[in-house]
Design a binder for this molecule. Structure first.
Ligand SMILES: [Zn+2]
Length: 362
């Protein structure tokens, strides 16, 4: 009954992913190919295995700024329509192979215009890859377009999200170094999206604490929080006592604001000490609307199944917990409600029911 779920068990479960960066999930061999084809010669290694190790090591440095440095190489090779389409196609394939049935993958169009692509060409190339990859591998992928928080193009990117909303772009996000760049810098973009009845999430409460979360929700109107781990700072949890929530934490829980948690990534950037000490354990007990995500599969050497497997090891989670995280994620997706419901009732619940009935493999 209480046999621990293995990675192989978890791979068979239908999963949902809401927080994954397109430029953080390339296959090392694809980076090498694209660098060769595009004349990019700054790679630290042109051997795919060595390159994969280099990425993992660079990402383990413990600082968000250094973690972000690894992206100069992935973004560097994603500067043509063909490269973007290939990366998106392979992303859909890799996620489907991990058992993901619905994903929202994000990227910043403005980072892919170095050799002359327009923002529209970037968006269309990515959509094409996901459309084909989704169709061939049986996964639905929506995209989120991201604006960089230290730049001043958020309005333009928000307009792009609205223009392509019926073509596969399901929402908007802001990302990049959090300290010094509060989300309120981009208030006009968020107000525009709200007037357009569009959805958005904000990276907040990862490198920076409660003020960032508070601004994202109460000033900017974010539908979801990217990470949001620092909400733990507003919870008093002394041993043997009922945890006490401050007003912001209570608001986040009461309003069922989804938290896009990325445990491995948080450890790499120093937002959490270890999986066992990750706030996700307490937040799950307190029934926050937690979702489990990968952030950057290449840099963190991870997948949704791997993130779940680590949580299973640390917290003893079983199928019911995994299903709860998955339904949370599907409820929080940016696609229309009937489509979310169809995936929950037609794919996720039956999928888990079958796994629970069979139990883990001996
Ligand atoms: Zn992220």
């Amino acid at each position: 009954m209480n046999e621990r779920l293995t990675l192989e068990d978890i791979r068979r479960a239908p999963k949902v992913l809401l927080h994954d960066h397109l430029d953080g999930g390339l296959r090392p061999e694809t980076i090498v190919d694209l660098a060769r084809e595009g004349g990019y010669d700054d790679l630290p290694s042109t051997d795919p295995a060595n390159l994969g190790t280099w990425f993992a090591e660079a990402a383990n440095s413990g600082s968000l700024e250094r973690y972000l440095e690894t992206f100069s190489h992935t973004v560097g090779v994603m500067q043509s329509a063909e490269a973007l389409t290939r990366v998106a196609y392979e992303c859909a394939e890799d996620l489907a192979n991990d058992g993901v049935v619905y994903a929202e993958v994000r990227y910043a169009p403005e980072l892919h215009t170095e050799t002359g692509l327009s923002l529209e060409q970037v968006v269309e190339a990515v959509l094409e890859g996901f459309e084909r990859g989704g169709r061939e591998h049986g996964i639905r992928v929506g995209t989120l377009v991201t604006a960089m928080r230290h730049q001043a193009r958020s309005m333009e990117i928000a307009e792009l999200a609205v223009r392509y909303r019926d073509a596969g772009v399901v929402g908007f996000d802001i990302a990049g170094a959090e300290a010094g760049y509060p989300p309120t810098r981009h208030l006009d973009a968020f107000e525009y999206l709200q007037r357009e009845n569009a959805h958005f999430t904000i990276h907040a409460g990862e490198g920076f604490g409660l003020p960032s979360i508070w601004q994202a929700i109460q000033w900017c109107g974010a539908d979801r929080l990217g990470h949001g781990v620092r909400i733990i700072d507003d919870i008093e949890a002394a041993a043997d006592q009922v945890p006490e929530l401050g007003r912001l934490a209570a608001y986040v829980r009461d309003k069922r604001i989804p938290l896009e948690m990325c445990p491995t990534s948080n450890i790499q950037t120093g937002a959490a000490k270890s999986i066992a000490e990750h706030p996700i354990g307490l937040l799950r007990q307190l029934n926050f609307r937690i979702t489990v995500n990968t952030d950057n599969r290449l840099m963190s050497g991870t997948s949704v199944s791997r993130e779940f497997a680590k949580l299973v090891d640390a917290f003893g989670y079983g199928w019911d917990d995994l299903q709860w995280f998955t339904v949370n994620a599907m409820k929080s997706a940016f696609i229309p409600f009937p489509e979310r419901l169809e995936l929950i009732n037609g794919v996720i619940k039956p999928g888990f029911a079958q796994l629970k009935w069979r139990g883990p493999k001996p």
